[in-house]
Design a protein around this ligand. Structure first.
Ligand code: 2P0
Length: 333
């Protein structure tokens, strides 16, 4: 094996992924709904994979050694990439060093950029000859949203129907230069969330009476949103994006026990986005499995919208992000 370094950007789903297929191998991590996302510039993870001279795996994130479940997830993922590379024998021990370049104000999860960067760096380190679709399918097995971070700009991940997941593939719908929009990250609070996405999705699937409705209606949103992106029509995309978000959160809230990721400031920020719209600014929101609000606006309205959202009591920071590039990798000497 050789050494390689990869950089991958985070992404935000405009049409959401929430829930995993129950009829397939859990290791494939197949989503129950397709999703459509925007890869974001500036919010990146940089990951280096090198051979371990002492024959033992060693993983670090931002200079801090990892152990327990995070370390197991990385080791399992390296095993998957090794197997996909079709190489004989057992996987060589690896040193994995990861740095998150997410502005401290972003309040974003790093599993999307993290598993995308790890997949690309490991594949290059193992000299695996994999195309972007294969890298994306591998990244998905580390974390569903990571499948989308292999590509830049607007990315669609189809659910697929096959039991082996071979038709669950991500593809770029439009590159980062297709449409001059910005995504505002409105941070409402700090601190880790109480229920992680993987556990939350399973609770929602098994207990929420609205889960089936969420799944059955999401495909139509995906098709309509894809068309609106291609037409650069924010007033068609925005209502679909908000509908997808509120359906997902309604299904979450109807779980037992309930999954309520919002804080009071989240609700105040929602109303501020709607007030902005009434005042003529085409701003539309989405919310992930956390308390922050993400707002899509045309680039020339981003400063105005960010300024208004900063006045909402409890909002800690608002950052502005352009569409970002695909993951990239370099082989190190
Ligand atoms: C998304 N989320 O589409 C949705 C919206 C959160 C809400 O993808 O279990 O960390 O690793 O596949 O990718 C968060 O889920 O979950 C997520 P796993 P992941 O962006």
């Amino acid at each position: 094996m050789r050494s390689a370094r990869a950089t991958a950007c985070s992404n935000i789903a405009l049409v959401k992924y929430w829930g995993k297929r129950a009829d397939t191998d859990p290791d494939l991590n197949l989503p129950d709904v397709g999703s459509l996302s925007l890869t974001l510039a500036d919010l990146a993870t940089v990951t280096t994979v090198r051979p371990a001279v002492d024959g033992r795996d060693h993983f670090e994130l931002d200079g801090v050694p990892l152990d327990g479940r995070p370390a197991r997830r990385i080791a399992e993922h390296l095993d998957r990439v090794w197997a996909a590379a079709g190489l004989r024998g057992s996987r060589p021990a690896c040193v994995v060093e990861s740095e998150n370049h997410l502005p401290t104000a972003a309040g974003l999860a790093s599993s999307a950029s993290g598993f995308a960067a790890l997949t690309c760096a490991a594949a290059a380190a193992f000299e695996a000859d994999l195309d972007d679709a294969a890298l994306s399918a591998l990244a998905r097995r580390g974390s569903g949203s990571a499948a989308r971070s292999i590509f830049g700009g607007f990315v669609r991940l189809d659910r697929g129907v096959r039991p082996d997941g071979s038709d669950c593939v991500a593809r770029p719908v439009a590159g980062p230069d297709h449409w001059d929009v910005r995504l505002l990250v409105v941070r409402t609070t700090t601190g880790p969330k109480k229920v992680g996405s993987t556990e939350g999705m399973e609770r929602c699937r098994t207990t929420s009476p609205y889960y089936r409705a969420w799944v059955e209606t999401s495909e139509a949103d995906l098709d309509a949103a894809t068309e609106a992106v291609l037409d650069r029509d924010i007033d068609r995309l925005g209502p679909i994006m908000e509908h997808s978000c509120f359906k997902m959160h309604a299904a979450m809230m109807a779980s037992r026990p309930p999954l309520l990721y919002w804080k009071g400031t989240t609700v105040d920020a929602i109303h501020e986005v709607w007030a902005l719209r009434e005042a003529g600014c085409p701003a539309y929101l989405t919310i992930d499995a956390g308390p922050h609000v993400k707002v899509l606006v045309p680039a020339n309205r981003a400063d105005e919208a960010a300024g208004r959202l900063r006045t909402v009591p409890g909002v800690e920071a608002v950052t502005i992000h352009a569409p970002g590039p695909a993951a990239r990798v370099e082989v190190l000497p």
